[in-house]
Design a protein around this ligand. Structure first.
Ligand SMILES: *Cc1c(COP(=O)(O)O)cnc(C)c1O
Length: 371
């Protein structure tokens, strides 16, 4: 990494390793046999990480994470279907917006941003409305950093025979998810979060039987995952221009992921980052939005200090000048800011960020960091 590259303590794109960046220094033809093999391997490895061997397939798609969410919902939720959307942040809400665009029916169960959905409440809604075919959930709601109780949600959906679709964008690769055990129809994630690749594509791990029945169901050609899947199976190629450099880099990033010990290894490093960050910030007087037991080791939300000398824009700019980029705005209802603990970062970088924060507060003359 060049010494001028800042560390990204954000929800993505994230800091990637030098090896991952180097893997992009080659132009691939989309029909190049070596590229085709890399693509096939990436798809196989992702099914393995999701625990979907023998039952699920991996369908990658160009674009940011929202594109694969929209594609999965559009392909899997039919015109006569109805979804129950569990909302406790911006990404749950975004799924309802997608359903609005597609004209698909849904109801939602909304809880405050620091409160996970209750599986009993969910079961009551499912029991009362047999028309609901799908449950849509977000694993880590990146708005606040809350980890939603995906096993309980999956059990409740399965008990009522409803299909479960999970947006695991910000947790996939760092928090265990097993589509086989959860009996989950589809899980979506992207190249540029916990698997530490460059941004450029998303992927869905989809139950093969379900997907096989979805020919002609999608509302959009470019977002049709049935078509993307069947064409890729038949030709081993992407339907439209593939993000070749990003896939090559992702393949390299997966090698590092395996070397680190897979999901478990990554979870250990991110949990360590999260702990150092939270303890360091608390030592300065900051308060987290979430209690520790609801906190995913992905991104942490802190209340904005009450001290009138605290100015978020100046705080952000000062950290930036010191080489640490935090998320530039707030998504939560509470007055807050967020610092990520994912990406190619470890204890030295998190400690460096804490030092930059201490220096910045001193420079700003902020004494009262409590909300
Ligand atoms: C990042 C993220 C997305 C996708 O966002 P994009 O900006 O489209 O990449 C979707 N859901 C969650 C939970 C996320 O964290």
């Amino acid at each position: 990494m060049s010494p001028k590259d800042p560390y990204l303590l954000t929800p993505g794109p994230l800091t990637t390793s030098a090896e991952t960046k180097k893997a992009m220094l080659r132009d691939w033809g989309s029909r190049d046999e070596a590229f085709i093999e890399i693509n096939a391997q990436v798809r196989r490895r992702l099914v393995g990480i999701a625990g979907g061997q023998g039952s699920h397939v991996c369908v990658p798609l160009q674009g940011s994470g929202t594109f694969i969410v929209e594609a999965a919902l559009g392909t899997l939720i039919g015109r006569r279907d109805k979804a129950l959307v569990l909302i406790n942040g911006a990404y749950g809400r975004r799924m309802t917006k997608i359903l609005d665009y597609m004209g698909r029916a849904y109801v939602s169960l909304e809880t405050p941003e620091d409160t996970p959905p209750d599986a009993h409440d969910m079961e009551k809604i499912l029991a009362a409305d047999p028309g609901i075919t799908h449950v849509l959930a977000v694993h880590c709601e990146t708005t606040s950093g809350i980890l939603n109780p995906i096993e309980d949600i999956a059990k409740a959906a399965a008990a009522r025979g409803r299909r479960l679709i999970i947006d695991a964008m910000s947790s996939f690769g760092a928090v265990e998810i097993n589509v086989g055990e959860l009996r989950c129809e589809a899980v979506m994630a992207s190249s540029n979060k916990c698997l530490e690749g460059a941004p450029g594509f998303g992927f869905a791990i989809i139950d093969e039987k379900s997907l096989s029945a979805r020919q002609g169901a999608a509302h959009s050609l470019s977002l049709d995952l049935y078509d993307q899947w069947t064409v890729m199976e038949k030709t081993r190629q992407w339907r439209f221009t593939p993000p070749t450099h990003v896939i090559a880099a992702f393949h390299e990033a997966l090698n590092q992921f395996d070397a680190e010990g897979g999901v478990q290894g990554r979870n250990v490093r991110y949990s360590g980052n999260c702990l150092i960050l939270v303890e360091g910030m608390r030592a300065m007087g900051f308060k987290t939005l979430l209690p520790d037991e609801l906190q995913a080791p992905i991104i942490v939300t802190f209340h904005t200090p009450a001290d009138p000398k605290f100015d978020f824009r100046a705080f952000y700019d000062s950290l930036n000048a010191r080489g640490y980029v935090i998320y530039p705005g707030k998504l939560t209802q509470a007055d807050s800011f967020r610092i990520g603990c994912i990406g190619c970062l470890g204890a030295p970088e998190i400690k460096g960020a804490l030092k930059a924060i201490r220096e910045t507060l001193e420079e700003m003359g902020v004494k009262e960091t409590a909300p």
